[in-house]
Write a protein that binds this ligand. Structure first.
Ligand code: PMP
Length: 424
């Protein structure tokens, strides 16, 4: 029996119990943070060897002196390692900077200021520019578009990726729709991986804008949490096959593989897109930090090395994800107050409140010492119309802190949920 079927007296009792639990939590006066998907200290420690690499070496496989300027494409050996990981041929994969988000930012800026391949004019010369945002999604994607005055259009997520009926209709009819944000594997925050059919439809759909781009942010390409290592369809190959080779821009980084903040960013695309980006970025930079790239190549060795390294990451992350599942099941299972995702990879769990009230839950949890990502952050303009989605980031806290934080969250969900049911 779920809470909606409970008699009033039982609901009142549940509400009272939740209130008492909440008061107990508040009295404990702890302060915890579940806001951002940062790697925990133990996760950073497994890449410690990077701090002593490249030792007294500085020559790359092609003879490049990594101490000097140049090499805008990045080191060939590192691009070789990440080519299969990101499903981009090495010659069309760039290793640049320390962040994929910066590359996404730069692509938007360059597209605004210089025609992308296939464009009739610069994006800035268009009166309106819109991006499709599968929701729930990643707040920093939305923030980039907002920063440049681009309109954000929500598209519902399904278990297989964005609702393609909606996407196809919007891109076919509105030439202002220039792009879509996609986190195709273990998506932030739902954990959804795109089905082959969704990738095919994205690659083949007719678009009113000739310069439409898929921002394919494969941030969690190798971030498995189970034995099932999910594979997604190769979007570059699919788009080529359907006659739209310039459509996808693929992004990735080692932020959640090695050091978040001292890793390497990657960009992959068609040859004309790669040439376009290099021609613009050559004005901005005389070359990336190749010593960091050499260090990463020596440390990770090859794609198998990446896999072996990610198994160590998984060993640290999996127990945290399992703990969250156990607590949510124990505290909220069968209440009918909430549903949550059980991701097979990535960094997040999404909690959906059946009766809404997410902002109130986040506020109450904050008052009791558990900081959560603001409700609404997973939606364009920070507004979740159902006020239902809460993103849980289990990676950073210790197991003990995580337990306390998720119990607190569950108590707040019960408190708000029962109050709402009683008020109905
Ligand atoms: N994309 C997604 C989907 C992410 O979740 C994150 C990190 N939270 C990033 C990009 C940021 O990546 P980077 O550190 O490479 O800028």
């Amino acid at each position: 029996m779920t809470s909606t079927d409970l008699p009033m007296s039982d609901l009142t009792a549940q509400g009272d119990r939740a209130f008492k639990d909440y008061e107990t939590l508040r009295a404990q006066g702890r302060s915890l943070d579940l806001t951002r998907g940062k790697p925990a200290l133990e996760q950073l420690d497994i890449s410690r060897e990077l701090l002593t690499l490249p030792g007294d070496r500085w020559t790359a496989s092609d003879g490049t002196d990594c101490r000097n300027y140049g090499g805008l494409k990045g080191l060939p050996e590192l691009r070789e390692i990440f080519a299969p990981v990101l499903q981009v041929p090495a010659e069309r994969l760039l290793a640049v900077g320390n962040s994929s988000l910066e590359l996404m930012h730069d692509c938007l800026v360059h597209a605004l200021l210089s025609e992308v391949p296939g464009a009739a004019r610069r994006w800035v010369d268009d009166e309106r520019i819109a991006f499709l945002c599968p929701v729930p999604g990643y707040d920093r994607h939305f923030a980039l578009c907002e920063r440049f005055g681009m309109e954000l259009i929500s598209v519902p997520m399904t278990d297989e990726g964005p609702d393609m009926d909606v996407v196809e209709r919007l891109v076919a009819t509105d030439p202002a729709v220039k792009g879509i944000w996609c986190v195709p594997k273990y998506s932030n925050p739902t954990g959804v991986s795109y089905s082959d059919e969704v990738v095919e439809r994205l690659a083949s759909m007719p678009t009113a804008a000739p310069d439409f781009r898929i921002f394919w942010d494969n941030a969690y390409a190798v971030h498995h949490l189970t034995d099932e290592e999910v594979e997604i369809r190769d979007v570059l190959a699919a788009s080529e096959a359907h006659g739209h080779p310039d459509r996808p821009l693929v992004f990735g980084s080692t932020s959640k593989i090695t050091f978040a903040g001292a890793g390497v960013g990657f960009f992959g695309a068609s040859q004309s897109n790669v040439d376009w980006l290099i021609s613009k970025s050559s004005k901005r930079s005389i070359g990336p930090d190749k010593l960091n790239q050499l260090r990463h190549a020596l440390f990770l060795q090859d794609s198998e090395g990446v896999r072996a390294h990610m198994l160590k990451q998984r060993a640290l992350l999996q127990p945290k994800f399992e703990l969250v599942q156990q607590i949510l099941e124990r505290e909220l299972g069968g209440t009918g107050l909430a549903r949550w995702t059980s991701p097979k990879g990535g960094y997040f769990i999404t909690l959906q409140l059946v009766h809404g009230g997410a902002s109130e839950v986040v506020r109450l949890a904050g008052e009791a010492g558990t900081a959560l990502t603001p409700a609404g952050a997973t939606h364009p303009y920070g507004v979740d119309p159902d006020d239902a989605t809460i993103r849980i980031a289990p990676s950073y806290p210790s197991i003990e802190d995580l337990e306390h934080a998720v119990v607190s969250l569950a108590v707040c969900v019960r408190l708000v949920g029962y109050e709402q049911l009683l008020a109905q």
